[in-house]
Design a protein around this ligand. Structure first.
Ligand code: ADP
Length: 462
């Protein structure tokens, strides 16, 4: 506080003195108050100063701490930039892998919606960018894999990968592997589908299987051929031996009779001729089989009236039979010709064979009938007998070479090739043969031949 002091006062009296003293004391008092106030202010200033210094020191410490935090942050920042660099390189690698890989790969999320896919998957699943986020069930694909959605759902549900071999509409094969998509903390967050092209392996396997089947078939055929050959040798030697033995016997008897000058020579010669004819017929059959199997069986093509031919064959056949047996063989045919194209001698052979079998496999005197009819397109020749019949189980093998049904017994001789030759001849005429038979009741063999157009040129061969 400031006070104006107007020069030293003038002392006039005791009172003045006293007043002056009082004034002085007052002034002193004021001064002392001021001094103490000043001293308090000074202390305060000193305290403030002290506080300021402490604050400054604190700030100094904070600044240092901040500097070190800043330093740390810079280091962390550098590390983060480095990590970002690495992640972006890894991302590039992944992108390139996705583009370059030939393995079609499809990533699905937890709702089985398309998340990401490789170019090959794009082709297989007909994907376009707009398909991202679409459910797998809505995506058409080129795979024969109707269960793809169900499989993906199963993988998602049970966390187990599964594999399937799948074909495609384009004839390719894929090994489909469906695996759970696991996050870093081992949560299942979708499904990854990969399709590895295994067409080459599959085709090789198929080729192998085909080769194996062919080899098996060839082996079975070779075994069958061996079996047929053995069967043939045994049947042929037996069948040829019978007339041969008879021939030798009759020839010796004839020789003796000639030496003695007595005996029924005519009867003996008749027997020799019969056995020779039998041998001749057997050898003809064998030659036919051989020609058929070597592709040298020739069929002539003439226009033939099969009705006339049938009647003629039956008549000739009856001539070879004893009177009783001949009476049992009858023929029924149309008055009008039944024209077919074919080889008269071979068709004669067909009828002759069927008739011989009917006689051979029927008890003596049982009726045998040849019936000739026609349908709109076919001439039909039936040979019906009341003989031993054919067991049902044998009927589908009758036309195989060297097959003989088990019920033929030892009396009826034969190679088991007659029906084989008959069927070959009929089929080479564009026709077919079938049989209806009941064991113990009789058999009907039915030959169907295509009829000639009525306008066709007619040349009847004898
Ligand atoms: P083969 O008469 O020389 O044995 P086939 O080939 O002519 O040979 O006949 C094959 C088999 O068919 C005969 O062995 C016989 O079992 C059966 N078979 C053929 N025709 C008749 C028929 N009319 N009645 C009964 N069985 C027959």
């Amino acid at each position: 506080m400031t006070r104006d002091v107007a020069g030293p006062p003038t002392l006039h009296s005791t009172d003045d003195m006293q007043r002056l003293q009082e004034q002085l004391a007052l002034t002193l008092n004021e001064h002392s108050t001021m001094v103490s106030a000043l001293s308090i202010s000074n202390e305060e200033l000193l305290a403030s100063n002290e506080e300021l210094r402490a604050t400054t020191e604190e700030l100094e410490t904070n600044k240092e701490e901040l500097q070190s935090v800043n330093e740390e942050l810079r280091t962390v920042n550098d590390q983060l930039s480095e990590r970002i660099g690495e992640i972006s390189a890894a991302n590039d690698d992944l992108g390139n892998l996705m583009t370059a890989t030939a393995i079609a790969t499809l990533f699905l999320d937890r709702s089985l919606r398309v998340k990401r896919y490789t170019p090959h998957a794009q082709t297989l699943f007909n994907l376009i960018p707009a398909d991202e986020g679409r459910p797998l069930a809505h995506i058409s694909h080129q795979l024969d894999y109707a269960d793809v959605r169900a499989d993906a759902a199963a993988v998602l549900a049970n966390g187990q990968a599964l594999e399937r071999e799948i074909g495609s509409h384009a004839g390719q094969y894929y090994l489909a592997r469906l695996a759970p998509y696991r996050t870093g903390n081992d949560q299942i967050d979708g499904v990854v589908l990969t399709f590895v092209d295994i067409s080459e392996r599959k085709h090789a396997e198929e080729e192998l299987a085909r080769a194996y089947t062919a080899e098996q078939a060839a082996r079975i055929a070779a075994e069958k051929a061996l079996q047929t050959r053995d069967q043939f040798l045994s049947i042929a030697s037996h069948e040829l031996r019978t007339p041969m033995t008879a021939l030798v016997g009759y020839a010796q008897l004839l020789q003796k009779a000639l030496l003695r000058g007595s005996g029924d020579l005519t009867k003996m010669i008749e027997r020799v001729v019969r056995q020779t004819k039998r041998l001749d017929a057997l050898i003809d059959q064998l030659l036919d089989v051989s020609r058929l199997q070597r592709g040298q069986f020739v069929i002539e093509r003439n226009t033939i009236d099969i009705a006339a031919l049938g009647a003629q064959v039956v008549a000739d056949f009856r001539d070879t039979l004893p009177r009783d047996a001949a009476a049992a063989v009858t023929v029924v045919g149309p008055a009008a010709p039944l024209l077919v194209t074919g080889d008269a001698a071979r068709l004669e052979q067909v009828l002759y064979n069927l008739l011989s079998n009917a006689v051979k496999y029927s008890p003596l005197g049982k009726m045998i009938q040849v019936q000739m009819t026609q349908t709109a397109t076919e001439a039909v020749v039936e040979v019906v007998d009341q003989g031993i019949g054919i067991p049902t189980s044998s009927q589908n093998q009758l036309f195989a070479p060297f097959f003989r049904a088990p019920n033929v017994g030892t009396q009826a001789s034969g190679f088991g090739v007659g029906l084989y030759i008959v069927r070959e001849i009929v089929e080479r005429h564009g026709g077919r043969i079938d049989v209806e038979s009941t064991e113990g009741v009789g058999s009907t063999f039915r030959v169907h031949l295509p009829l000639l157009e009525p306008t066709a040129c007619i040349v009847v061969e004898g």
